[in-house]
Design a protein around this ligand. Structure first.
Ligand SMILES: O=c1ccn([C@H]2C[C@H](O)[C@@H](CO)O2)c(=O)[nH]1
Ligand SMILES: [Zn+2]
Length: 152
């Protein structure tokens, strides 16, 4: 049977579920009314959450996943064991393309992303499954090579 826990303990998975769903309450989404909550389990065992934050100038809004990850990175967190994202729909919605790329900067391709539906059921995929053949920090040549490229 497929591993639906990706190495998380039962307690951790319960907490990921509860924190992801609770984070929907922090969403600021007066325009779309589409609440999204995100919870991240950091390698140091701490948790960071976030909601989507919209703007009267629509494209300025930010997704819940990036809210949470920006909070984590700017708090000095590095290395993440799991990310949960919860919405009020079924089947569950998945992180948008911009968020997948944003997460790619900071997480291993085997990090699981748990996607919760309105009933608390979930589907889980790794970052690598959601963003195949991705472009990441290690895709760029080293700075010494970059300097040579710009002279050509
Ligand atoms: O994975 C997703 C998809 C959408 N949104 C937000 C953006 C916008 O505020 C609202 C509707 O797209 O949902 C997220 O936060 N995460
Ligand atoms: Zn997004």
């Amino acid at each position: 049977m497929a591993d639906l826990t990706h190495g998380l303990s039962t307690a951790e998975l319960t907490e990921l579920t509860n924190r992801s769903i609770a984070a929907k309450e922090t969403a600021y989404c007066p325009y779309s009314k589409f609440r999204v909550g995100c919870a991240i389990l950091c390698n140091d065992g701490t948790w960071i959450t976030g909601g989507n934050v919209e703007n009267a100038s629509y494209p300025v809004g930010i997704c819940a996943e990036r809210t949470a990850l920006v909070k984590a990175i700017s708090e000095g967190k590095r290395g993440f064991r799991a990310l949960g994202v919860a919405t009020d729909v079924k089947p569950p919605s998945s992180p948008c393309g911009m968020c997948r790329q944003f997460i790619r900067e900071f997480a291993d391709l085997n990090m699981p992303i748990f996607m919760y539906d309105i009933d608390g059921g979930y589907e889980v995929m790794t970052l690598g499954q959601l963003l195949p053949m991705s472009f990441g920090p290690d895709s760029l040549p080293p700075p010494s090579e970059m300097a040579k490229l710009s002279k050509e």
